[in-house]
Design a protein around this ligand. Structure first.
Ligand SMILES: Cc1cc2nc3c(=O)[nH]c(=O)nc-3n(C[C@H](O)[C@H](O)[C@H](O)COP(=O)(O)OP(=O)(O)OC[C@H]3O[C@@H](n4cnc5c(N)ncnc54)[C@H](O)[C@@H]3O)c2cc1C
Length: 455
């Protein structure tokens, strides 16, 4: 059956048994171990077109791999055709228009590397190996969100291979409905081979927060951080609070090995000197264990967390939004931390606000524009710990759901969950269903937080 496709893409079509197949089917979350029937390693848009056409004609399920980092492992599917974009990572900056053309398999690091040469940046995420496609299509929450919005808010155009196997240019003039849908609606509408993103003047040096506190002070830290954020300017609201148990890693001093801590990270998206003054209170929330805050190159800070993140890991994750951290909510969150089963947990509270919350609810599908925090919780399973981790993650979601904002989750941080998908889109869901029905009535692109077309 595959000979037609093989004639078109040659050795870029991989089958089980091939060493390259084994490597390409592996996604960041190794708890997801699925075997596609074949993988097309795309080098150009034509490869994507023939792969989509072939899958459609042969009724093969399609999965799309951008950076392969989604916790649900959507990029790989049992028995399907995997469209792998990991060789399509080119980034080109147009300095005069302040935009970047970015191929669909690029990582956040690829983008920072090019854009920072011009003192420009795209708001993305916090780990440089993450793929931009999945991140941007469902939101994109990084250190510049308060000043410049989400990654999806900065999409100004895209080249998309639709379910018809046609490549089209999508922007506010051409296919405006599709342009609306891809700014938060995920990979439901086709394969994005290229994005056009708006860039902003950032750095090259910024004032960045890098403080570590003892977990025993967590409640006070959350309370004081919330009070700070309520009056902070847009440049200073993109603060991430992370509770974790530090690994026994060589880059950490021995006294920190296995220590439960609260880390505060964030960038002042403006003048570095001003940033130091504005962010100072966040360095005094309690007695810090370590404070490495200071003026630093933006591109380097964007890679700061890379060394803490394994290349591959067995992981279970969930997410919920909050409009405020009441004492009870904080206690519930900390209680979950206390009852965590594995040493490797990551409980992240990202402050929301500023520009990303000033975009009208219906301007893009990303509907949660007035929450104040998003919680992302991951549990990394050690050998044999999968069930315990999974149960704990379920208990975090179930236990915190009553305290959450609109029972909504950040879709880039949660496994498949139909209710969470609807809650994330709120009143935008019906419009997404309509657009899905128009462009992908057979639901060819379904390995994502799926928007099912009406029959
Ligand atoms: C270590 C780590 C750090 C993270 N940090 C952040 C962060 O700081 N901020 C944040 O907002 N999120 C963060 N995330 C979550 C991240 O946004 C998601 O994992 C996102 O899905 C990653 O995109 P990807 O292309 O790597 O994913 P993939 O797993 O490749 O894809 C995810 C989904 O997008 C679809 N897709 C991928 N590429 C395309 C394409 N070209 N066209 C159409 N559909 C496509 C896939 O089919 C799939 O459904 C992080 C995740 C990890 C693992």
């Amino acid at each position: 059956m595959f000979s037609v496709l093989e004639n078109q893409v040659g050795s870029r079509l991989l089958f089980p048994g091939d060493e390259r197949y084994e490597e390409k089917k592996k996604v960041w979350n190794t708890a997801v171990d699925k075997k596609p029937a074949a993988i097309v390693v795309c080098e150009k848009e034509e490869d994507v077109i023939v792969a989509v056409q072939f899958a459609k004609e042969n009724q093969l399920s399609i999965s799309i791999r951008g950076g392969g980092h989604h916790v649900a492992g959507f990029a790989v599917w049992e028995g399907g055709l995997m469209i792998d974009l990991s060789q399509m990572r080119q980034v080109t900056v147009d300095e005069s228009r302040q935009v970047a053309l970015v191929e669909g398999g690029a990582t956040l690091g690829d983008i920072d590397l090019e854009t920072q040469k011009y003192g420009l940046a795209l708001p993305t995420g916090t780990v440089s190996e993450t793929g931009v496609a999945g991140l941007a299509l469902n939101g994109g929450i990084g250190y510049l969100r308060g000043k410049y919005g989400l990654t999806c808010d900065n999409i100004v155009g895209a080249r998309i291979v639709t379910a018809d196997g046609l490549a089209i240019d999508v922007n506010d003039q051409s296919y405006p409905d599709l342009f609306w849908a891809i700014r938060g609606g995920g990979g439901n509408f086709g394969v994005v081979t290229k994005f056009e993103f708006a860039l902003h003047k950032v750095g090259p040096e910024v004032f960045a927060l890098d403080v570590m506190y003892d977990f025993k002070d967590a409640k006070e830290i959350f309370q004081k951080a919330q009070a700070f954020l309520a009056q902070a300017p847009d440049e200073a609201v993109s603060i991430n609070l992370t509770v974790t148990v530090l690994p026994p890693a060589p880059f950490l001093p021995e006294f920190l090995h296995f220590k439960k801590v609260v880390m505060l990270l964030g960038v002042f998206a403006g003048d570095a000197q001003k940033g130091e003054a504005v962010l100072q209170p966040l360095r005094e929330l309690a007695e810090p264990i370590i404070d490495h805050s200071g003026v630093t190159p933006f591109a380097a800070y964007q890679k700061k967390l890379d060394q803490m993140v394994p290349d591959h890991v067995r992981v279970y994750g969930t997410s919920l939004y909050f409009d405020q951290l009441t004492d009870e909510t904080i206690e519930q969150i900390l209680n979950k931390v206390d009852n965590a089963p594995a040493p490797s947990i990551l409980v992240q509270l990202w402050a929301l606000g500023g520009k990303m919350n000033q975009v009208p609810f219906t301007a893009t599908p990303f509907a949660i524009r007035d929450a104040k925090f998003v919680l992302l919780v991951d549990c990394m399973a050690m050998a044999g710990d999968d069930d315990v981790c999974k149960q704990w993650i379920d208990s975090v979601y179930g236990g915190l759901l009553p305290f959450s904002y609109k029972k909504a989750s950040y879709l880039n941080g949660i496994a498949e969950n139909e209710e969470a998908t609807k809650n994330a889109f709120q009143e935008n869901y019906d419009r997404l269903v309509e657009i899905k029905g128009k462009y992908d009535p057979e639901n060819l692109f379904q390995h994502n937080h799926n928007i099912k077309p009406l029959k």
